[in-house]
Design a protein around this ligand. Structure first.
Ligand SMILES: [Zn+2]
Length: 311
């Protein structure tokens, strides 16, 4: 099987870098896994309605992890399909039920997500019925300490979330939080290799297949990148700061300087990244250097009063 020949009952909605990809599992109990960013929630509902038709309801909403680009459409889907059951990784279920924004990381990153509810836990070691298939649930720490990945052994399809991309690696949040994130990320890559998937559906970017050599190549690239970050953790902190700022600009599109400053003050993770990258620099100097590097790359236009996303 190559990446363009997924089984007919599995449909990938490849989204942009603000929204994650979504996987729609048809037949049986129709399910959507990962729901994109809240900014694109109406579009996510429209994509699902268009694929299911008006006479079929979505039964299940599930998540690889609860970053704001993977669960921002969940509230809108729950409104459109009130009988749907919502699944989240087991360790995050109490955080969702209490809507603890700090535990859910929206507080730390000052990212927005519409409040939703969840009733079911994705427990590593168990399986979950999505559409007409039984999917294995595996813990996938590294990018996110509490993430899971889903693997369907008959088709060999693996839904990786942000545990693996074809090119590059996501932010290793577990390291920023003080955990052993680099090792966890490498262990998750080893798990993916052991599962021998035929196709990987990443959280961002298009699916890629073993038959094309793309999975082996992606594993090699990811291992090299994580090893580089493990040797140069300050560079990982700089990468993470840039990604988080770009993400905010993709969401806001344009911000006044006072609004940007207020947002930064509300995102404690940036203070930790400053300490991990260049504690020798004063905070304001560090911040202006990171913003200037984004402007140099054309990612931002900075005027006297506004910072404008130029992506
Ligand atoms: Zn993501």
């Amino acid at each position: 099987m190559n990446a363009s020949s997924l089984p007919d009952d599995l449909r990938v909605f490849a989204r942009d870098w603000l929204s994650s990809n979504n996987l729609l599992c048809l037949g049986g109990e129709p399910a959507l896994i990962d729901t994109g960013h809240v900014k694109h929630a109406a579009e996510t509902v429209r994509l699902v309605e268009q694929a299911l038709g008006l006479s079929v309801a979505l039964s299940t909403i599930a998540h690889t992890h609860l970053h704001s680009d993977h669960c921002g459409g969940t509230a809108a889907l729950q409104a459109a399909y009130p009988s749907a059951l919502t699944w989240v990784p087991k360790a995050t279920l109490p955080h969702v039920q209490a809507w603890d924004e700090d535990a859910l990381t929206f507080g730390d990153t000052a990212q927005r997500c519409a409040r939703f509810t969840a009733q079911r836990a994705l427990t590593p070691g168990q399986t979950v019925r999505l559409g007409q298939r039984d999917w294995q649930i595996h813990a996938a720490p590294g990018h996110d300490r509490l993430a899971v990945l889903l693997f369907e052994p008959l088709s060999g399809v693996l839904l990786a979330g942000d545990a693996m991309w074809e090119h590059g690696v996501g932010i290793i949040f577990e390291h920023i939080e003080g955990g052993n994130g680099f090792t966890a990320f490498i262990d998750t890559l080893a798990l993916i290799e052991r599962l021998e998937p035929a196709v990987v559906i990443p959280g961002h970017g298009v699916p890629f297949a073993r038959a094309d050599g793309a999975i082996d190549a992606a594993l090699t690239r990811a291992r090299q990148r994580v090893a580089y970050f493990a040797d140069h953790p300050a560079q990982h902190a700089l990468y993470a700061a840039k990604v988080l700022l770009k993400y905010q600009f993709l969401d806001a599109e344009r911000m006044t300087r006072p609004a940007l400053r207020a947002w930064i003050d509300n995102a404690p993770i940036l203070r930790r990244l400053h300490r991990q990258h260049r504690p020798d620099l004063l905070w304001d100097i560090w911040l202006s250097q990171v913003l200037a590097s984004l402007s140099d790359k054309g990612a931002l236009q900075q005027t006297d009063i506004e910072v404008i996303n130029g992506l």
